[in-house]
Write a protein that binds this ligand. Structure first.
Ligand SMILES: CC(C)(COP(=O)(O)OP(=O)(O)OC[C@H]1O[C@@H](n2cnc3c(N)ncnc32)[C@H](O)[C@@H]1OP(=O)(O)O)[C@@H](O)C(=O)NCCC(=O)NCCS
Length: 158
């Protein structure tokens, strides 16, 4: 018999200085890019009952109307337990409560992330060819396949 223990966690606004770099790098492998957006972003973390961060998301305002989900990550040993879904729904609520009209994000054109975002209401709007080749010094792989292009998605908060 398999016994599954559901982990308890709460989602809290944290200072960007508290965001663990190793977790941020799970979603965005560029330290330079992270350091560029993090200081002027809103960072929320899922924190366990023993006060450990198990996941986070980062929202970066671009204008008075538009805010972007720049980072969403859950530590590998906590994935597939619903934390990412809860964080993404929380991000939508946060963006709405801060009176933005549109929540955007960018992701690869293949992989489980794209259907994950679409299942929660994000719609692909346009693609940027060779984005990952042109903007990252490291090659980004997903299940052994190289990412080249980025899909931009948006969620209407109105
Ligand atoms: C994307 C991510 C935040 C999802 O977090 P999570 O806690 O695993 O999410 P959930 O448990 O709510 O699952 C969401 C969906 O993703 C799928 N999923 C999660 N991890 C997966 C994995 N490693 N491989 C395949 N599918 C995966 C789940 O099966 C689920 O799909 P379903 O609803 O059809 O069953 C997490 O996988 C992660 O941190 N990945 C690495 C960083 C990353 O890619 N971030 C997004 C950048 S665009």
């Amino acid at each position: 018999m398999t016994i599954t223990t559901l982990m308890q966690y709460t989602i809290k606004l944290i200072s960007h200085t508290q965001a663990p770099l190793d977790l941020l790098l799970e979603a965005d492998p560029s330290v330079e890019k992270i350091n560029a957006y993090l200081p002027h972003s809103h960072c929320y973390a899922a924190i366990t009952s023993i006060n450990q961060i198990c996941g986070l998301y980062v929202l970066t305002p671009h204008s008075s109307n538009t805010i972007e989900l720049m980072n969403l990550a859950v530590y590998p040993d906590h994935q597939k337990q619903g934390i990412g879904t809860t964080l993404l729904k929380h991000a939508i609520q946060t963006a709405r409560s801060r009176h933005y009209h549109t929540l955007t994000l960018g992701t690869g054109i293949f992989g489980y992330q794209l259907p994950f975002y679409q299942s929660l209401g994000f719609t692909p709007t346009y693609s940027i060819p060779n984005y990952f080749l042109n903007h990252y010094s490291k090659i980004i792989y997903e299940s052994g396949k190289q990412h080249h292009h980025m899909t931009c998605l948006s969620y209407s908060l109105e």
